[in-house]
Design a protein around this ligand. Sequence first.
Ligand SMILES: Nc1ncnc2c1ncn2[C@@H]1O[C@H](COP(=O)(O)OP(=O)(O)OP(=O)(O)O)[C@@H](O)[C@H]1O
Length: 316
Amino acid sequence: MVSTTQNMSPQHVIDPIMLQPSLPIQLQFIDICYKVKTHNNNDNNGVFKNMFKGASATNDNTVRERMILTGITGMVNPGEILAVLGPSGSGKSTLLNALAGRLSEEGFTGKVVANGRKLTKSVLKRTGFVTQDDVLYPHLTVRETLMFCALLRLPKSLSRKEKEEIADSVIAELGLCKCADTIIGNTFIRGVSGGERKRVSIAHEMLINPSLLILDEPTSGLDSTAAHKLMSTLGGLAHQKGKTVVTSVHQPSSRVFQSFDMVLVLSEGRCIYFGKGSEAMSYFESVDFRPCFPMNPADFLLDLANGTFYIYSHVD
Ligand SMILES: Nc1ncnc2c1ncn2[C@@H]1O[C@H](COP(=O)(O)OP(=O)(O)OP(=O)(O)O)[C@@H](O)[C@H]1O
């Protein structure tokens, strides 16, 4: 992705994170639990409640605890893609935030370890996180966006030219050459396509040459062909570049599902399956859950996570 230091004169020998080979990261997460406090106060809702219940309504200021994640354990190796599947609200984003060390300690228990050690600053520096809602400047072109980001995020020890080279190599790696001079755009100004926009968000994180790439629903809003293309790009980053990729996916097509090495299925914050994607169907068959007709394994797993397994043959 980036030029090596081999041809540089001694005064040019620099040691920025970009020029180091990507450190392989094995990520393990053990018994992850996360709970939040929910307030049942009457400050806002109470006005309306009291209107309907009358003046006799009591002030209910109780604080309740809600489990968002319960005992999630798993692992992903360098060169693998771990896909986190589950219905909306099942805890996918929360789990990704936990894996990236982004959850507040309050309410969080369990261990996240990289190469057998607690998440250190140096591991977090090597972690790219692509959120669901990207914030990109609509008036900048793809190249300008990545150049701007390179200038801000890459070490001061790199020259402007080196930063430009890195931005260009990331543009090529993410298949953005064709639209490099197109503006990002938004609802009002026509710009790059939805798939290209997602790639720009990924490129943004790739600039720091991460060893661990975590993505929250990168394929949402894309048609199945664009989703498949994007997953192939992520597959390349994992399988060819040795990155560890963890991604949540809402409703993958069967083609996209096949690109997952490992799969973790969440249902209401609990894990109902963790293992190889290719073995998910045979596992559920072994416990007598099998679809009545050939179907996309991802749809089957999501139906199970939603509790709609009554449509499948299940022998008691
Ligand atoms: N800090 C918080 N306070 C209260 N509830 C929370 C908090 N964080 C998450 N939740 C709740 O936890 C549940 C899981 O949220 P999360 O965003 O992880 O789900 P998700 O599977 O990513 O959903 P989606 O696919 O819709 O993005 C949701 O019901 C959400 O409202």
